[in-house]
Ligand binder design. Structure first.
Ligand SMILES: [Zn+2]
Length: 567
């Protein structure tokens, strides 16, 4: 799981779980559901919590060294997953008849004391910026040095959203501004809104994410981006930006969306200095105005930069398997879960192995057991089903991004992607969080199946945080594939929601992205099995639909779906 996105729970109440566990039937029942053949129901019912446990235990052993991508531990994990696929009769669907899809990556580290940025006004002295305190930057191309001297263009929020009638790249003359070889200056986040029809009201859309901003500016030909940080708009302080840029950042090698020589953030007061140099007055006023109506404007100030980077090339792999369907026609279903984690911290005192048992041993255990159930089902699924354990999620959803760019069948032929990421094995959930599922015309089926499984649908507890863009399903949505993650909510059998929430908070505080995210023998995997069964049924029904699943009209991914289907 990338960044601070946490559901489910752990730790306290373990004794109670253990006792309840002994009294319950091991395999959760699968309800009868209209459209689901008896054979498929039997296959779903074969999903076994104890098999999921065995996978999670193995994948989170110290022996696997935290599964850092490009490292020995991640290779062992990938080989283990491929071996399980082979034993269960899941066919290879990676490169050249293998289970592995090679993912070439680069890790870039900016050498701070050799990197220099300055603002150069039309007349007068250049202003040198303090790297770290005022600006941080990455060269996305993985070249060792970059020298820039380019005009700065203010593009408001840097958003082009035709569905909201919004384009920050249009100048006062009504023409799209020329950004080729220039630097795009833009505000973090998106225009503030209380109107659900305008940037989805208070919720964060993808347009507000910095990843989108970099991509859009690069599409316009920019060589650099300066994102203006302001704590209230970012919802995190400058220190977070600075610290996250102080370490190396990975990119897909040759990523067509990562071409910026300077993908940079500038601190708010530094941006004000730039505004003053350019004679543009008060920055906060300009930010206010840019949320209402905006025209791009070229500044009289240039950015001059010398950037030096230390670059490391490495390779990791997505593991992909396939179960054949009854028909060759094209409504494949895809299941994903990332298998990488944070590796080993060589400087740690004491335990430095990030075992990643919950994050994301659990998703992998679910994926493997679901793949087995499909492969051994007495009836064939309607169409092919693909299972992909993806790499480099913790580096920024990179394995899934590569999978989206190179899917095992064309994106337009994939009916649905269901992703599993970090489901704490603490009992049987009675609620689920399926953020993004409501954006699909498949939603009515989702509601019906959830009801049959006695799963209440929980709304996203923090829509402003943009969770939808922080897990691997998003990489598939970007190329148009209807996609969401299956997560447990806060309500569990035998407990109230406050209990579930308390477990969450304990996990976040004490285990999330820490070496203590370790396998526990007293974990109860019936919940993992229940949500695997739930996802099994959803995938089967999506594949069985007479018409493909679609995004609702006007959704931000509708265009990508149409493009993937050649419409
Ligand atoms: Zn994580």
């Amino acid at each position: 799981m990338e960044m601070k996105r946490v559901l489910g729970a752990v730790a306290a109440g373990i004794l109670a779980c253990g006792l309840a566990h002994a009294q319950q039937p091991l395999r959760p029942p699968v309800p009868a559901i209209a459209g689901l053949p008896a054979g498929a129901r039997a296959a779903a019912a074969s999903i076994d919590p104890e098999r999921i446990r065995a996978h999670v235990r193995f994948l989170s052993l110290d022996l696997l060294e935290g599964r850092g991508p490009g490292k020995r531990g991640a290779e062992l994990a990938a080989e283990y997953i491929a071996t399980q696929f082979a034993l269960d009769g899941v066919k290879p669907a990676g490169d050249n008849g293998s289970y592995f899809q090679r993912v070439p990556l680069i890790a870039v580290h900016t050498i701070e004391d050799k990197t220099k940025f300055s603002f150069v006004p039309a007349s007068g002295q250049a202003v040198d910026l303090a790297y770290g305190a005022e600006i941080v930057s990455k060269d996305q191309t993985g070249q060792a040095t970059a020298d820039l001297d380019a005009p700065i263009v203010f593009v408001g929020y840097g958003i082009r959203a035709p569905e909201y009638g919004w384009d920050d790249y249009v100048g006062a003359d009504g023409k799209v501004i020329d950004l080729k070889g220039k630097i795009a200056l833009m505000i973090v986040n998106e225009p503030p809104s209380n109107d659900d029809k305008f940037f989805k009201g208070k919720a964060l859309t993808y347009y507000g994410r910095w990843t989108y901003k970099y991509e859009e500016a690069a599409r316009h030909g920019a060589v650099g981006v300066l994102i203006i940080h302001r704590t209230d708009l970012a919802s995190y302080g400058w220190e977070v930006v600075r610290n996250s840029q102080a370490i190396e950042k990975s990119y897909l090698e040759g990523d067509p969306d990562a071409t910026l020589r300077a993908a940079a953030w500038i601190q708010h007061d530094t941006a004000q200095r730039l505004f003053t140099l350019a004679g543009l007055g008060d920055l906060d006023k300009a930010i206010d105005q840019a949320g209402k109506a905006f025209h791009a404007v070229e500044l009289s100030v240039r950015l001059r930069a010398h950037v030096e980077s230390r670059v490391r090339h490495y390779v990791s792999a997505n593991v992909i398997g396939r179960v054949e369907g009854a028909s060759a026609a094209n409504q494949a279903v895809l299941y994903t879960a990332h298998y990488d984690h944070l590796g080993i911290d060589p400087d740690a005192k004491g335990d430095g192995i990030y075992n990643g048992a919950a994050d994301n041993g659990t998703g992998c255990g679910i994926l493997l057991e679901m793949a087995r159930a499909f492969a051994q089902s007495p009836v064939r699924p309607p169409h092919a089903v693909y299972f992909s354990a993806v790499t480099a999620e913790e580096q920024g959803l990179l394995g899934s991004q590569f999978l989206g760019m190179h899917p095992p069948v064309p994106a337009g032929e994939i009916a649905l992607d269901l992703n599993y990421d970090m489901l704490l094995p603490i009992g049987v959930p009675r609620s689920v969080n399926l953020g993004g599922a409501e954006r699909l015309d498949f939603w009515r089926t989702v509601v019906r199946v959830a009801k049959a499984f006695d799963l209440a649908l929980e709304p996203d507890p923090t829509p402003l945080a943009g969770h939808y863009f922080r897990s691997d399903h998003f990489s598939l949505a970007r190329v148009g594939i209807p996609a969401f993650s299956v997560d447990q909510g806060e309500l569990f059998e035998g407990h109230d929601e406050a209990w579930g929430r308390a477990q969450d908070e304990d996990y976040v505080a004490h285990h999330y992205h820490q070496p203590s995210d370790e396998y526990r023998a007293d974990w109860d995997f019936r919940g993992n099995a229940k949500l695997a069964q739930f996802g099994f049924v959803l995938g089967w029904l999506a594949s069985a639909q007479p018409k493909p699943v679609e995004w609702l009209a006007g959704d931000e991914f509708e265009g990508a779906r149409k493009a993937s289907r050649g419409r």
